[in-house]
Design a protein around this ligand. Structure first.
Ligand code: BGC
Length: 358
C-alpha cells in the first residue's frame, strides 16, 4: 500500500511537471518575423539577430524569408496570423502589397512593427525601426563630395563623370536615399562639375526593381559600352553593395584597373564581401548599418507592445505612410572606407580579421 501511495505521488509529480511545461509553452509569447530575402547577407544577419535577441528575452520566434516573392510573403504572413502569433515584425518586399494581410492582423488584434522598410498605406502598423534612410543618401553623397573635392572643383576647372544606381521603387527607403543623395549632389550636376553622360539622374530613370545586382551589372555594361568609350567613368553612385558587385564586374570586363582608372564605387550595408572589396580596392566605400543595433531597437518595440509601455522613439515627423505618421526609431548610418574600416568594422566586432581574410 505504501509503495502504491509512493507511486501515485511520483506519477502526480510527473504530471505536474508536464502540465507546468505545457502551460509555460502556451504562455510564451510568439513573435512572427517576416524577412524579404536571403539573397543578400544583410537580411540573413537581420533575421538571425532578431531571432537570438527575442529568444534571449524569453520569446518564441517564427522566422520566415520570402526570397523576394511578394505573394510568398503575403502567404507567410497569413500563416503567421493563422498560428496566432502575438506580434508581427515585417521587412516588406513591396511596401504597398501587404495592405490586406496587415488589415487581417489588425482585425485579429496582432500588432505590427515595420522593420527597416516602412509599410505603406496601412493603419495597422504601430512602430517603425530603421536607419536614417535619407541620412544614408547624404552620407554616400558627402563621401563623393569630399573625396573628389567637389566644392572647389568648379573654380579649379575640374569635372567628373558619374552614373547613378538607385534602389527599388517599391521600397520606400529607396526614394529617401535618392533624395538624400540629390540634396548634396544636385548643385554639382547643375553647375557642370558632375557630368552624367547617360542623362539618367531622376529617381524613375535610376531605380532598380528588387535591388537586383544583375540589373545593375547589365545597366553598367550598357553605360560603359554606349557612353564611356572615349571618356572614363569616374564615379558610380550606387545605393547598395549588391549593385557595387555588379558594377565591379562590368568595370573589370570593360578593362578598368584598380589603382589606374578604377572609378569611385559606393555601396550600402558593409556586407562581408563589400568590406573585402574595400580592402582590395574594388569598392571605395559602403554604409555600415549595425543590424545588431537595429534588432535591439525593434526588440524594445516588441516588448513595449507586450507590456503596454512606450518604446524609445526619435522621429515622429518623417515617416508618413499615407495613413499615419509612424513613430520611428532611426539608427545612425556610418560611412566606411579603407581609412576607418578597422576602427568601425573590426573594433566594433562586426567582422573579425579572419573573416576578412586579414
Ligand atoms: C535596406 C538596405 C538594403 C536594401 C537592399 C533596403 O531597404 O534599407 O539596407 O541594402 O534594402 O536589400
Amino acid at each position: 500500500m505504501k509503495r502504491l501511495n509512493a507511486l501515485i505521488v511520483i506519477a502526480f509529480a510527473i504530471g505536474m511537471v508536464f502540465t507546468s511545461c505545457s502551460e509555460k509553452k502556451t504562455t510564451k509569447k510568439v513573435v512572427g518575423v517576416a524577412m524579404p530575402t536571403q539573397s543578400s547577407e544583410r537580411w540573413i544577419n537581420d533575421g538571425a539577430n532578431m531571432k537570438s535577441q527575442l529568444e534571449a528575452k524569453g520569446y518564441a520566434v517564427e522566422l520566415q524569408y520570402a526570397e523576394d516573392d511578394v505573394q510568398l510573403q503575403v502567404s507567410q504572413i497569413e500563416n503567421l496570423i493563422a498560428k496566432e502569433v502575438n506580434c508581427l515584425v515585417v521587412a516588406a518586399i513591396d511596401s504597398t502589397a501587404l495592405i490586406n494581410v496587415l488589415a487581417e492582423a489588425k482585425e485579429k488584434g496582432i500588432p505590427v512593427i515595420a522593420y527597416d522598410r516602412l509599410l505603406m498605406d496601412t493603419d495597422a502598423v504601430s512602430y517603425y525601426a530603421t536607419f536614417d534612410n535619407k541620412g544614408v543618401g547624404t552620407a554616400i553623397a558627402k563621401y563623393i563630395e569630399e573625396e573628389k573635392k567637389l566644392s572647389t572643383a568648379k573654380a579649379e576647372g575640374r569635372s567628373y563623370t558619374i552614373e547613378f544606381f538607385m534602389g527599388s521603387p517599391d521600397d520606400n527607403n529607396a526614394l529617401f536615399l535618392y533624395n538624400g543623395v540629390m540634396e548634396v549632389l544636385k548643385q554639382y550636376l547643375d553647375n557642370g562639375v558632375l557630368i552624367c553622360k547617360t542623362g539618367r539622374t531622376s529617381f524613375d530613370k535610376t531605380c532598380i526593381l528588387r535591388w537586383s545586382q544583375e540589373t545593375a551589372q547589365q545597366w553598367c555594361e550598357n553605360y560603359l559600352s554606349g557612353f564611356y568609350a572615349d571618356e572614363k567613368l569616374d564615379i558610380a553612385c550606387s545605393a547598395f553593395d549588391g549593385f557595387a558587385y555588379g558594377i565591379r564586374s562590368a568595370c573589370e570586363s570593360a578593362g578598368y584597373k584598380v589603382g589606374v582608372d578604377w572609378p569611385l564605387i559606393t555601396g550600402q550595408d558593409a556586407e562581408l564581401m563589400a568590406t573585402k572589396n574595400i580592402i582590395s580596392g574594388y569598392q571605395t566605400m559602403s554604409i555600415y548599418k549595425d543590424t545588431r543595433l537595429l534588432a535591439s531597437k525593434c526588440v524594445t518595440m516588441v516588448e513595449a507592445l507586450f507590456t503596454g509601455s512606450i518604446p524609445e522613439i526619435n522621429d515622429t515627423k518623417q515617416y508618413n505612410n499615407g495613413k499615419l505618421i509612424v513613430p520611428s526609431y532611426l539608427c545612425t548610418p556610418v560611412a566606411v572606407d579603407l581609412k576607418n574600416y578597422e576602427q568601425i568594422i573590426i573594433d566594433g566586432g562586426y567582422y573579425t580579421k579572419e573573416q576578412l581574410g586579414l
